[in-house]
Design a protein around this ligand. Structure first.
Ligand SMILES: Nc1ncnc2c1ncn2[C@@H]1O[C@H](COP(=O)(O)OP(=O)(O)OP(=O)(O)O)[C@@H](O)[C@H]1O
Length: 321
């Protein structure tokens, strides 16, 4: 029996979002849909426009133009409802040094109007448990480590049971163990039906915790999808071809100049590494041509550019401008 594919509702929809600071365009016509239940990553180098995008989603800033829908609610039409839906954890959010963890969270539970005092305390206990900080309830905020502080701020973000969580660089400065705990907490959250949109400028931080992701650079969205789809889209199928010759590598490099798909050739001794973006046919013609021209090849290896390499190239191309 065939089952109908499940269509998931869209938790975050961004349409033609633009954010200007004076003459400077920080977010440039970004459109994106994030299905419910995802841990969705936003990757980009410093200054890409991640925080500006997130601040609009969190209703902290009005866009120059564009629309944002959270769980179907137009955040500019119904800001009150949007604020009930969204939970925002800013980059390096401060915690008050003169409060204990429990006091800090109870203050916010009261500010959110989360029922009676007892219900507020119970909710604080649940959120502390969710982030693995139950034992620190009586600790002074000032005494917390960086990872513990991040977790307390995450607990604060969870208090009002947001259906859409916007987390700006939550893993920055965390050690691998704390990152794993964060990943587990996010996975648990999406199982309860929440959607998480999380940013980082370091892909490896996100790759392990996200189901899908998008890449932003200089205000523009470059690609979105699974890590593999994004790699394909951004790398333009880019791959490295490495070949080793018995001799005459330099002559082989001359012979290959200008052939279809070759973007760059680097030589090291009798080895050549090609940045190659051509079709498979071009690759086959290249190999056959080399052999027919009499170049004696010892080995030939194809390697796809890793996603991290593509991101580094993006960041470096910014620097060169
Ligand atoms: N209030 C502001 N006034 C003027 N320019 C701003 C303002 N806020 C951000 N910018 C600029 O907008 C661009 C995008 O900044 P944004 O903070 O959104 O990027 P980001 O991807 O979060 O960067 P980072 O990873 O460094 O935090 C940057 O060039 C930044 O200098």
């Amino acid at each position: 029996m065939q089952t109908k594919p499940e269509t998931r509702r869209t938790a975050i929809e961004i349409r033609d979002l633009r954010v200007d600071y004076g003459d400077f365009v920080a977010v440039d016509d970004v459109s994106l849909q994030v299905p419910a239940g995802e841990v969705f990553g936003l990757v980009g180098p410093n200054g890409a426009g991640k925080t500006s995008t997130f601040r609009v989603l969190a209703t902290l800033m009005e866009p120059t133009y564009g629309e944002v829908f959270l769980d179907g609610v137009d955040i500019q039409e119904d800001i009150e409802m949007a604020r009930r839906i969204v939970g925002y954890m800013p980059d390096l959010a401060p915690v008050p040094s003169d409060l204990k963890v429990g006091e800090f969270l109870e203050f916010h539970a009261a500010a959110y109007g989360l029922g009676t005092r007892q219900q507020q305390r119970d909710r604080v206990a649940e959120c502390l448990e969710e982030v693995g900080m139950t034992e620190q309830r009586k600790a002074w905020c000032a005494k917390l480590s960086r990872g513990q502080t991040q977790r307390v701020v995450l607990a604060k973000t969870l208090l009002h049971r947001p259906r859409v969580m916007i987390l700006d660089e939550p893993a920055s400065g965390l050690d691998p163990l704390a990152r794993r705990d964060l990943k587990d907490a996010l996975r648990r959250l999406v199982k309860t039906g929440a959607t998480v949109f999380v940013s980082s400028h370091i892909l490896s931080e996100l790759a392990e915790m996200c189901t899908s992701l998008c890449v932003m650079n200089r205000g523009k969205l470059l690609a979105a999808g699974t890590a593999e789809e994004v790699r394909r889209l951004m790398g333009n199928g880019g791959r490295r071809l490495t070949m080793k010759f018995v001799s005459q590598a330099e002559a082989a490099a001359d012979w290959m100049q200008g052939k279809p798909g070759i973007e760059a050739i680097a030589r090291e001794g009798e080895s050549l590494t090609l940045a190659f973006a051509g079709e498979e046919d071009h690759q086959a013609e290249l190999m056959a041509g080399l052999v027919m021209a009499g170049f004696r090849m010892v080995s030939f290896e194809e390697r796809k550019s890793s996603f991290e390499e593509i991101l580094v190239e993006v960041a470096e191309s910014n620097r060169k401008r």
